[in-house]
Design a protein around this ligand. Structure first.
Ligand SMILES: Cc1cc2nc3c(=O)[nH]c(=O)nc-3n(C[C@H](O)[C@H](O)[C@H](O)COP(=O)(O)OP(=O)(O)OC[C@H]3O[C@@H](n4cnc5c(N)ncnc54)[C@H](O)[C@@H]3O)c2cc1C
Length: 351
């Protein structure tokens, strides 16, 4: 376990911004986390993995920040068990090496296993919810450790019940996954299918699927590696959640799609909801509101590859990124009457 004081957090976030953590613990295992908490840490307590989905205030984080990074993956029968600090893609690679299916389309989503469970991360129609069996959690207020099964966790679109407990009360310590012994997904995303066709890959080979996903993610600026900070573009993934809008508005917004898909195909992709609303892509919403790929405000830019990713092109502050996000939220509300909500976790104080 590493303990530091007044540590700049920009080095620990994919946006490469953020002020100092008053007291920082870097814990590799659940036991180290328990030890750090047994140290009588000053509150508030902030739990982070690799900072790939977090915008940390320039004023820093008071109290105690705990980074969960590292840990072990084991196989027990059909279950793969990973500590919360395990880099998500190491778990995916482990599953692939064992010829286990159901995680391969989530190759190279940056971040930790713990945050993956908390946010039910997903890509190309595969989600954590499809293979997760349980998560062992620690209640930081009572010290209780318990195993929550899939039903207890209530996983939904970028959601788990863990998010209800004021953001940091329940910490994932470990999680158990049960990937399948056979291909459990049809590939349906055009960008991945295009790579498969272009490069002559086999869609039913698990390694080829990973190769195609990585190429598609590269083209969409969706790769980030904590061990390769020099080559990363600094963003936090999709900045906003996909909103629910009326069917009528959904069709208008979908007409701004840039992928060339038919309206019917887009409707299929946007999952239907009961009643009159549809979940539409926040990227299409931004385009419909007049924002463009590559648009910039000083050192803050919308990715030239994917309009939904807000980037720090060098020297941006968290406040500047926050201000651009607020500007987008305000414009979208006034032009389309759609309320956008950040997917990125906004931590600490902003003006
Ligand atoms: C380039 C890029 C591409 C991305 N692509 C995708 C994608 O395809 N699909 C997708 O779903 N996401 C994507 N994301 C978002 C990101 O990868 C996920 O949100 C990921 O789960 C973040 O992991 P992290 O450890 O870095 O989280 P952090 O930013 O460190 O934390 C995020 C949140 O999780 C909480 N948290 C962290 N660890 C724990 C724990 N052990 N227990 C409880 N709460 C915890 C934190 O308090 C915080 O609220 C992308 C991000 C980037 C930078």
């Amino acid at each position: 376990m590493i303990v530091q004081k007044d540590t700049p957090m920009a080095q620990f976030t994919s946006l490469a911004t953020g002020g100092n953590a008053e007291r920082l613990y870097i814990c590799e295992t659940p036991d180290e986390l328990k030890k750090a908490l047994g140290d009588g840490p000053k509150s508030p307590i902030w739990i982070l993995g690799y900072g790939c989905n977090s915008l940390i205030s320039d004023k820093g984080l008071p109290g105690t920040t705990i980074l969960l990074q590292g840990g072990r993956i084991t196989r027990e029968g059909d279950l793969l068990i990973a500590d919360s600090g395990v880099w998500w893609d190491n778990l995916v690679r482990f599953a692939i090496s064992e010829q286990l299916w159901g995680m391969e389309l989530m190759s190279c989503i940056p971040g930790s296993v713990g945050a993956a469970v908390r946010g039910n991360i997903a890509a190309y129609s595969q989600a954590v919810a499809d293979t997760l069996v349980w998560a062992e959690t620690l209640d930081m207020t009572t010290g209780e450790i318990r195993r929550m099964d899939l039903g207890d966790l209530e996983l939904g679109y970028r959601y788990s019940r863990l998010q209800e407990s004021n953001n940091r009360q329940l910490v994932v310590l470990r999680a158990g996954f049960e990937p399948k012994k056979y291909p459990s997904y049809e590939l349906s995303y055009q960008s991945v299918l295009d790579v498969i066709k272009r490069d002559g890959l086999n869609p039913n080979d698990i390694n080829d699927r990973r190769t195609a996903v990585i190429a598609a993610r590269e083209a969409a600026d969706s790769l980030w590696d904590y061990e390769d900070a020099m080559h990363n573009s600094n963003n936090a993934g999709s900045f906003f959640r996909n909103p629910h809008v009326s069917r009528e508005l959904a069709e208008k917004v979908m007409s701004f799609d840039e992928s060339g898909k038919s309206l019917e195909a887009l409707k299929k992709m946007n999952s239907a909801h009961s009643g009159d609303s549809l979940k539409v892509s926040a990227a299409q919403v931004l385009l419909a509101a007049g924002f463009t790929r590559g648009q910039s405000w000083g050192p803050v830019r919308l990715s030239p590859h994917h309009v939904l990713k807000i980037e720090n092109t060098g020297g941006a502050t968290s406040q500047q990124i926050y201000d651009v996000a607020q500007h987008i939220i305000t414009e979208v509300k006034s032009k389309l009457d759609i309320t956008l909500k950040p997917e990125v976790q906004i931590l600490g104080e902003f003006d």
